[in-house]
Design a protein around this ligand. Structure first.
Ligand code: SAM
Ligand code: SF4
Ligand code: SF4
Length: 349
């Protein structure tokens, strides 16, 4: 039987999901491993440990590169490398070099916990990485060790940010998750630490990702509260989004001392303009951060299917996509409580 697959050009023209959302962003997880055990992502109290991928399970750089060419042909303009901790993947700069050379890819970014950043920053930039996001929830070491379930030192992260700036990364985004009663007393301190610099702190509401973090609504600090607290001391004015699908609401300090952002997945979900597809390190595609199961691309790769077949598979997946977990959360939380969800460290943020 001769099945007819659309050509790359045909699929690009049609690539909208069930809510007319275009596919423009790919989150690419390069490992599920991490040297930290953040309370909200990979909590150590979850028991007997985690089952991580084995080296043979990982997509090779050649496979990732081939897939990324297809994603870009399908309309992806931005790829974010994530994990786990992406800087733990050996040879990452080789992959960055390959991806940054893809025609049509406009933005290649990376999210890191910053522990290894000072060692890697220069090479990351030289290999073609455009932008960096560093996660940082506290400025105090004792609190850092508690939140990250590790003996690592927060100074490594702070140094990493400085070294990355010196290496040439101009605006670094700082992802900060505030938890009620844990680090909410540091909101102003963190904002002040980066106020007056070119870096942008983005406060992210604590999300019910995965199944391990025992999330509850009481631990979430609504971003409206964080905004009011900062605004009371340092007046803020709203800025327009830079592009369709931007997840952070942007604000500038009225005295021109920089910018802060708010990602409010809980109190102001943004599923309506969600343009992101996620690829795990073992080659599974996830339509949503809260998806229960992935769609395996490895069989297609192993069977030597050509680019058009794989492209058609991805296009079909996107065309059927109807995920909007966060919007539904507030409406149907009681129904969603016990559903299976992929853990954040397997697909990145
Ligand atoms: N290890 C890297 C890091 O921490 O930056 C990249 C992967 S990590 C899963 C990506 C982002 O997800 C981090 O900024 C982290 O703070 C965020 N994150 C993890 N679990 C979260 C949760 N339950 N709620 C909100 N953000 C979360
Ligand atoms: Fe590791 Fe990032 Fe998850 Fe923390 S948030 S445990 S640093 S993957
Ligand atoms: Fe996108 Fe899913 Fe998050 Fe909604 S819940 S913004 S669809 S990833």
């Amino acid at each position: 039987m001769n099945q007819q697959f659309p050509t790359l050009k045909q699929t690009t023209l049609k690539l909208r999901d069930q809510f007319n959302r275009p596919l423009t962003d790919l989150r690419l997880s390069v490992t599920d491993r991490c040297q930290l055990r953040c309370h909200y992502c990979m909590p150590t109290r979850s028991g007997s440990g985690f089952s991580f991928l084995k080296p043979d399970d990982y997509l090779s750089f050649e496979q990732i590169e081939a897939l990324c060419h297809i994603f870009v042909d399908l309309g992806v303009t931005k790829i974010r490398l994530t994990g786990g901790e992406p800087l733990l993947r050996p040879g990452l700069t080789d992959l960055i070099g390959r991806l940054s050379a893809i025609n049509g890819l406009k933005d290649l970014a990376l999210t890191t916990n910053g522990i290894l950043l000072s060692d890697h920053a220069e090479k990351l930039l030289a290999s073609g990485l455009n932008r960096l996001t560093v996660s940082l929830d506290t400025l105090h070491n004792a609190s850092f060790q508690k939140l990250s379930g590790s003996n690592s030192n927060v100074d490594k992260v702070l140094d990493g940010i400085k070294v990355a700036q010196q290496a040439g990364f101009k605006t670094i985004k700082i992802n900060t998750v505030i938890l009620q009663g844990i680090n909410d007393h540091e909101i102003l301190k963190i904002a002040e630490y980066f106020r007056g610099t070119c870096h942008i702190v983005r406060f992210i509401e604590y999300m019910d990702v995965g199944t391990l973090n025992q999330w509850d609504l009481e631990s979430v600090v609504p971003n409206s509260k964080i905004l009011s607290q900062i605004n009371a001391k340092y007046p803020l004015k709203p800025l327009s989004p830079r592009h369709y699908g931007e997840v952070a609401s942007r604000y500038a300090y009225e005295d021109d001392q920089g910018e802060v952002g708010f990602i409010s997945s809980i109190t102001q979900p943004f599923c309506g303009s969600c343009t992101r597809l996620r690829l795990s390190a073992d080659g599974k595609l996830y339509n949503c951060l809260f998806a229960g199961e992935g769609h395996d691309l490895t069989k297609a790769l192993d069977n030597g299917l050509n680019d058009c077949h794989i492209s058609a598979f991805i296009a079909d997946l996107w065309a059927k996509r109807a995920d909007k977990y966060s919007e539904n959360r507030s409406l149907f939380h009681h129904l969603q409580e016990n559903i299976q969800k992929i853990d954040m460290f397997r697909i990145g943020g």
